[in-house]
Design a protein around this ligand. Structure first.
Ligand code: ZN
Length: 74
């Protein structure tokens, strides 16, 4: 199940949300539904030809700010 990073447009907090089905995330801080999904390279892990896990080579992603990014480890 994909975990996406969202930013609340009301309080500008970003948070991660585990999307199940057609769930719409709400901000855990202010309960607003006005949240915006952040485009991040996190989670884009593709399988190589040899079955190896290949990460994006960009070295971090837009989700990797000052906080740790659980998806890409930066
Ligand atoms: Zn909020």
């Amino acid at each position: 199940m994909p975990i996406y990073e969202y930013m609340c447009q009301e309080c500008n907090k970003s948070f991660e949300y585990l999307v199940m089905g057609r769930d719409n995330p709400v901000c855990p801080n202010c309960n607003s539904a006005k949240v915006m999904r952040l485009m991040s390279a996190c989670g884009f892990i593709s399988k190589g030809a040899g079955g190896q896990t290949v990460k994006s080579s960009s070295g971090g992603c837009s989700g990797c700010t000052s906080t740790n990014c659980s998806s890409c480890g930066h």
